[in-house]
Design a protein around this ligand. Structure first.
Ligand SMILES: [Zn+2]
Ligand SMILES: [Zn+2]
Length: 144
């Protein structure tokens, strides 16, 4: 999805299009780095000079309500925003704290042992891989 399409979608959902909302959308859509709210604020400031951090938070809340972004928290990385709202796996690097999308299909739901979740209703599940990313491994090698 392009930022322009996201603006149209927001309009269709009945939201007013403000320069602040457009600025956050532009900062977010297509951003594969799973940015923090502070990082999005920094980018949004380039196209919207007076946008506050609180406004960025508010806009993100709206965008999450209309499923244009998903907030995810991974241990050790704080809250991150992901414009890819489809189910996908993540790889969290414990060195650089970068989060990478991984195209891995989760094992089918019936592979979860029923007895282990008795009495609970599952609405979703995801794979989070942890370790050292490619570029950290490469720079490690250079040092040695
Ligand atoms: Zn890394
Ligand atoms: Zn992702």
């Amino acid at each position: 999805m392009k930022a322009e399409d996201a603006v149209i979608l927001l309009k269709e959902k009945g939201y007013r299009i403000t320069p602040q909302r457009v600025a956050v959308l532009k900062a977010l859509i297509g951003n594969k780095r799973h940015p923090t709210v502070e990082q999005l604020h920094k980018v949004a400031l380039k196209s919207c000079k007076n946008i506050s951090l609180a406004t960025v938070y508010n806009v993100l809340q709206i965008l999450e309500d209309v499923n244009l972004v998903r907030s995810r928290s991974f241990s050790g990385t704080g809250l991150r925003y992901d414009p890819d709202t489809t189910d996908h796996a993540h790889f969290v690097c414990h060195k650089c704290r970068n989060i990478y999308d991984m195209r891995i299909t989760a094992p089918p739901r019936d592979s979860i042992p029923v007895g282990a979740v008795r009495g609970f209703k599952i609405s979703g599940y995801e794979i989070v891989l942890r370790g050292t990313c490619k570029s950290c491994l490469q720079s490690q090698r250079k040092v040695r």
